[in-house]
Design a binder for this molecule. Sequence first.
Ligand SMILES: Cc1cc2nc3c(=O)[nH]c(=O)nc-3n(C[C@H](O)[C@H](O)[C@H](O)COP(=O)(O)OP(=O)(O)OC[C@H]3O[C@@H](n4cnc5c(N)ncnc54)[C@H](O)[C@@H]3O)c2cc1C
Ligand SMILES: NC(=O)c1ccc[n+]([C@@H]2O[C@H](COP(=O)([O-])OP(=O)(O)OC[C@H]3O[C@@H](n4cnc5c(N)ncnc54)[C@H](OP(=O)(O)O)[C@@H]3O)[C@@H](O)[C@H]2O)c1
Length: 520
Amino acid sequence: MSGIVPVLPDSAPFSDNQRAWLNGYLAGLFSADGLAGTAASATVPSEPEDFPWHDPALELDERLALAAGRPHERVLMAAMAQLDCGQCGYLCQSYAELIARGDEKDLTRCAPGGKATARKLKELLAETPALAAEPAASIAASPAPAPAGRISAVPAPLLRCDRLNREGSVKDTRQIVFRLDGTGLDYQVGDSLGVHAANCPDLVGALVDCLGVSADLEVDCPDGSRRRLQDALAAVCDIARPSDDAIEVLASRAQDHEEADLLQAIAEGYPGSGPEDADLLDLLLAFPSARPPVQELVGALGVLQPRLYSISSSPKATPGEVHLTVAAVRYRRRDRLRKGVASIFLAERAAPGAPVPVFVQQSHGFRLPANGDAPIIMIGPGTGIAPFRAFLQERRALGAGGRNWLFFGDQHGATDFLYRDEIEGFARDGLLTRLDTAFSRDQPDKVYVQHRMRQHAAELWAWLQDGAQIYVCGDAIRMARDVDTALVHIIAKQGRMEMAGAKAHLAQLAREQRYQRDVY
Ligand SMILES: Cc1cc2nc3c(=O)[nH]c(=O)nc-3n(C[C@H](O)[C@H](O)[C@H](O)COP(=O)(O)OP(=O)(O)OC[C@H]3O[C@@H](n4cnc5c(N)ncnc54)[C@H](O)[C@@H]3O)c2cc1C
Ligand SMILES: NC(=O)c1ccc[n+]([C@@H]2O[C@H](COP(=O)([O-])OP(=O)(O)OC[C@H]3O[C@@H](n4cnc5c(N)ncnc54)[C@H](OP(=O)(O)O)[C@@H]3O)[C@@H](O)[C@H]2O)c1
């Protein structure tokens, strides 16, 4: 074999995505030793592949740019939210591969990526219609992993739901405790718990009223089950983020032409065409002429996905239980109070003792160091504290001697210092070697965890030189990005490196599993 991989000439009549797919396909074919030219001979290049887009702190466009020129299934992977969270039942890579080879038709499973991801997947597939039908050579042999979460969900009784914020806080963060005894589930610190929640019954009631049919009408659900309409809308259908297919059904059945056109524009993702970020009720209210047969509408809705929560307990400290730290999502839009599906289900409606279907989502690398003497630096504002409470409980239970440094932040010290007594206790008794807090709204100018990191840059660098592992948990887009930037600056200044060198240093720490993130 010549070793020369052909690429499409610039003049070839393909879009960027088609070109990327074809070039990837050719690379797959021609990388096979001495067997170029037949699809059957195509294999995956033997060198370990890097996935530079596989970073949840990057925006969709940035991820796609990093995947440009890669095989089609990798471009599809870049469209996902890169959390490997398992909410879709797969990892980002395997979900993308299954879509590419036509074994997974549902493009709406990436819950963190939401509509933007679903639309981009649709667009990418549409750009390679002929090719999408064919298996991509580089993935033809990879096994299809079974959807994980849904299969293993088991009912676990809710034991407690306690508010962690004190009186006067605008935030509502809950400590949720489930009993695991008798469920057959176990977990390690660093894992997440998947929760199958039900939609708000008031919202379901309003939808049934709007549709003008009986709540008892039997319908076929998008998950293949058959249920009463009320149960279908409560437990199976995603009514908060109606799928583009469902919006197209509304468009096709709207009596009013203008409404039909607007609905079609919304389904196709044109900004400004209708109520922004509309849930199903918003659409039914805004487009009163759109009343399709209920079965048609329900069948086109997406399936309600489980939500994941970082586990905030150690099984060694709280045997038979699992703890979560859940921020209740409430906000107003178009004069209606909106409630996060799962967080509000847990905070307001799951009754003590009631069984809730849950599953353990194993972490892909967010783990304490095997060496208990290794120092760790944990950066976890807000609910990002969750896995670090678990890490500290675990290190205490193991008698691990390594130093522990926690950066925590939230709005106000007096009301929002989550697990304050426990964390300050850890600091007092020496388990926490260092505790630095950043209460953003206790002074006129915002103070965030990364400001504290910069203030203690020399010490942070010294910990890194001593082999410390760094962990970040919490908000992906704003916090995790800024913390990443702060780390690069600290490394550059303290290590006397150029910015490029500092970035490479941090990337190397990540490759060595010394910089790990659980961000969402
Ligand atoms: C691996 C992983 C770990 C996680 N760990 C935790 C954790 O420990 N604790 C935790 O609380 N969450 C955690 N999450 C997030 C969690 O899974 C849910 O996404 C979160 O609870 C919201 O889900 P929900 O069903 O309540 O809200 P949804 O019904 O999904 O609604 C959330 C959506 O509402 C919209 N929204 C929210 N606030 C506003 C606002 N102010 N204005 C306008 N729109 C808004 C946004 O579009 C947002 O995506 C984690 C996620 C992952 C992937
Ligand atoms: N969709 C949204 O707009 C939105 C907004 C907030 C939270 N969330 C999500 O809601 C969930 C719960 O949030 P949470 O209670 O865990 O905490 P959070 O809202 O992320 O806030 C925790 C602390 O982080 C601060 N913070 C804000 N931006 C930051 C940044 N760029 N760098 C560092 N710190 C920053 C906050 O300060 P200030 O609040 O004073 O800025 C607060 O003190 C998370 O999933 C989060 O992603 C979403």
